[in-house]
Ligand binder design. Sequence first.
Ligand code: AHG
Ligand code: MN
Ligand code: MN
Length: 347
Amino acid sequence: MQITNSFADNQSYRLGTTITEHLLLCQDQCPDASGQFTRLLSELIISAKLISREVNKAGLVDILGGTGDINVQGEKVQKLDDFANQAIIWRMERSGLLCAMSSEENADVIEVPDNMPKGGYVIAFDPLDGSSNVDANASIGTIFSIHRKLDKEGCGSMDNFLRYGYEQVAAGYFLYGSSTMLVYTAGKGVHGFTLDPSVGEFLLSHQNITMPERGKIYSINEGYTEYWDERTRAVVNYFKSSKNDRGKPYTARYIGAMVADFHRNLLYGGIYMYPADSQDPHKPNGKLRLLCEAAPLAFIAEQAGGAATDGTQRILDIKAKELHERVPLYIGCKADVEKAMEILQEK
Ligand code: AHG
Ligand code: MN
Ligand code: MN
């Protein structure tokens, strides 16, 4: 099977190259692929279809609003957070492909129960990113990061998760927006698939996504300017200045769901930032979680020709010390991320 290269004139959407066909093709080209990874992604896709179905019913059935619980991150749990978390855990623990899981919503490692078959992978995920946007019908998503289990560790070991980002075997996200999309990388480029509800399949719609060298959008919650240090303010002022390397101010866009902000910047070119809030004792390292938010998106950004840093080092070079570790994040087009890092490091 030949997959065409150009999105604009390709036939793969109309004639329907499904995600399964794409994965099988990639598997054929990778001599050490066991097929387990393909099956793992297929199971994840079913979870995402279930979440997408619930998201699309929001407003019609009683799925909006909070559960009344506060999660391990100290944040309000939305009903859809809860549904998405359960949908993923339920399918993943029955897949036979995983050994353990880590969810943004759960304090500890979730082991696959003893009576279920185990596999060679572990997954970290944010079941619903941007869930505070749910009630307003704005885009939200699911982010995932897949590692191979460490040979020497038992399934429940935290060390299976406390790894470098560069060790990820795959990462991706589902975006529940004007359409539902899957964007993923397994280290051979970034590919996007759009759910066609009429056939119930994710069809290849964006092959080999690449980011421009420099973007035109900056995305940051500028409401927190007062909390930033002087260097962080200088970064944002650079993007707003007509004297920057682009020669004109960047456009500001901020949805408040990182996955949606990242996706737009991936396609149009830009930088997303969630800095350390030096004045806010609750967010000394910003808000975003290394394992289930920053590292997977950093893998995708790099595979698309972009970059991701915490301001001092490459996100993928950080070894997690805690399951829910937070990290400042600057992610997007390479020249923009490098410029942000340069300004942050100026004395
Ligand atoms: P989550 O819904 O998984 O808790 O993540 C929300 C995150 C991220 O998606 C978003 O970019 C950021 O929170 C927005 O935070 P602010 O409201 O502080 O800008
Ligand atoms: Mn999130
Ligand atoms: Mn979340």
